[in-house]
Design a protein around this ligand. Structure first.
Ligand SMILES: [Zn+2]
Ligand SMILES: [Zn+2]
Length: 84
């Protein structure tokens, strides 16, 4: 019986380790270029593959936003129902 307990304990430890490893993995700060769909970094202003502009200034609040977002996450302009 002790043997069985040890096995289940080891199994539990393995599960916990898997869980910890999974939570440590960070999301990469990348996205798809709207022009060529290749992987681009969210820091880039221009896609190095097709020279598509990736960011533009929001006309309302002048903050830089990703073109692929479609709307400005800073002030919400361009979001559904707030056109113009
Ligand atoms: Zn591109
Ligand atoms: Zn804005």
């Amino acid at each position: 019986m002790i043997f069985l307990l040890l096995i289940s304990l080891a199994f539990l430890l393995l599960m916990i380790q898997d869980e910890l490893n999974g939570s440590v993995v960070e999301e990469p700060l990348t996205a798809s270029c709207p022009g060529c769909v290749k992987e681009i970094s969210l820091d880039w202003m221009v896609c190095p593959h097709c020279l598509q502009r990736l960011r533009e200034s929001c006309p309302a609040c002048q903050k830089r936003k990703l073109i692929s977002h479609g709307f400005c996450p800073s002030c919400g302009c361009g979001a559904q129902g707030v056109m113009g």
